[in-house]
Design a protein around this ligand. Sequence first.
Ligand SMILES: *[C@@H]1O[C@H](CO)[C@@H](O)[C@H](O)[C@H]1NC(C)=O
Ligand SMILES: *[C@@H]1O[C@H](CO)[C@@H](O)[C@H](O)[C@H]1NC(C)=O
Ligand SMILES: *[C@@H]1O[C@H](CO)[C@@H](O)[C@H](O)[C@H]1NC(C)=O
Ligand SMILES: *[C@@H]1O[C@H](CO)[C@@H](O)[C@H](O)[C@H]1NC(C)=O
Ligand SMILES: *[C@@H]1O[C@H](CO)[C@@H](O)[C@H](O)[C@H]1NC(C)=O
Length: 433
Amino acid sequence: MLFRYCTFGLLVGSIASALPSSDVKKRKLGLPYSTISKDIIDRDGNPVLFVGSNWPGHQETMLPEGLQHASVKDIVSWIRKFGLNSIRLTFAIEMIDDYLSNSPNQTLERTILNPLGDNGTSVLADILKHNPQFTKETTRLEIWDDVAKELARQDVILHLDNHVSKAFWCCALDDGNGWFGEKYFDVEKWIRGWGFIAKHAKDHWPSFASVGLRNELRSAKQAEPYDWYTWHLHMTAAADAVHKSAPEALIFFSGLDYDVYIDPIPLGKTLTGTKGTATENKTAIFNPSKHAWKTKVVLEIHKYDFEATQDDCATFKKKWYAKGFQAVDLSNQAAKYHLPMVISEWGFIHNGTYWNQTTYAKCLTEMVKDYHVGFFQWELSGSFYLQTRPGRVPQATIQGLEEFWGLLNYNWDGVRSPVTVENSLDKMVAALG
Ligand SMILES: *[C@@H]1O[C@H](CO)[C@@H](O)[C@H](O)[C@H]1NC(C)=O
Ligand SMILES: *[C@@H]1O[C@H](CO)[C@@H](O)[C@H](O)[C@H]1NC(C)=O
Ligand SMILES: *[C@@H]1O[C@H](CO)[C@@H](O)[C@H](O)[C@H]1NC(C)=O
Ligand SMILES: *[C@@H]1O[C@H](CO)[C@@H](O)[C@H](O)[C@H]1NC(C)=O
Ligand SMILES: *[C@@H]1O[C@H](CO)[C@@H](O)[C@H](O)[C@H]1NC(C)=O
């Protein structure tokens, strides 16, 4: 509904012989994207919206999930079957660190067996059975390349999200990945990682459109000061690194407290440091027009239903609006910067009833319809290779964990809860139609 595939038919034919096939594909998909006021626009200036789901690839194996249950091709085809045009693929900086240090742990065999132990042998065999294009020597990055090529082949736009530094499930307070300078969140490695992967994506992934600099920033006891000044300092530096490597990519900026608010940015607030810390008295203003990437800035926000809301939709929307929707409301005089926004995570358990137990699903759909913002549902996966959640009892790490929030079932071969999809995802897609 949102891409104009057909109108490119003639153009594609006429340039096909002159350009590498990845350039033809980019044109067909309307890439590159840029921004104007509150809209993301394609290469011809038509507004486009991300209508997608999330596909995690940031846990211990650092591979996109599900490959032991289905082929890359079949997994990608689900994205299309759900009526989506894009996917938010999540990665860990650790994957890039390993690549840059030429670690022997990057082969499919090692990346599965290291975290899964003896049980990994059968997982590895299943991956190779469903994906005979790989061998146990294929590296992580080669597998990502294969996934990216298949996404492009099926016309799925790729949004690359840096979810964590150290590869395990996100996100908990003080889990080491949450804030600049925390135990695993080495800012230099993060920026270096972006410089590398943005260039790699630009050069090798034909439907690569955009990056999310960092998922769900949150406070940490032992890290740099938790404030918007520090946010500005590091997020703009990472954006510079991405832009230098991939000047055409959109750059998504997430907010604080697990990305539940970003209103200081559209409101043009002075971004301050923290008294009694190294950022005391420091201030910054986030003014997109001051940067080389001024036509690439997108804001992202997350919305879950942890409070099991029973608010009526007027109340729900009013409360949520204040968290950042000023950015996309041209009638809001208080907004200094109008910028596109994307709801890069939303979701809930797909058990057949939850969609109707709170007002969340209904009100979220209304919000998307009212403000016409794109989204990525959380998530596609029906199950994981393994998942580590620090603090979970009795076991922090569980192999083969089922994902009850997933669009797909445990074996990745069917829809987990058709009634849930009909009453949430389908309505969200229709709201943007
Ligand atoms: C490879 O993984 C093993 C097992 O997790 C670990 O002990 C080793 O340090 C890793 N090697 C490198 C070079 O990262
Ligand atoms: C290996 O798999 C078995 C059988 O599914 C399971 O009981 C066991 O907990 C797994 N091992 C680890 C370390 O998770
Ligand atoms: C911050 O500003 C206050 C008021 O001007 C001043 O007293 C204080 O010394 C400053 N702190 C630093 C670290 O410069
Ligand atoms: C679905 O999950 C919700 C929230 O945990 C629960 O209240 C409800 O009973 C569940 N429905 C079914 C059919 O299990
Ligand atoms: C649940 O579904 C019923 C029937 O469609 C509807 O009247 C009711 O408003 C829904 N409840 C919520 C919380 O969405």
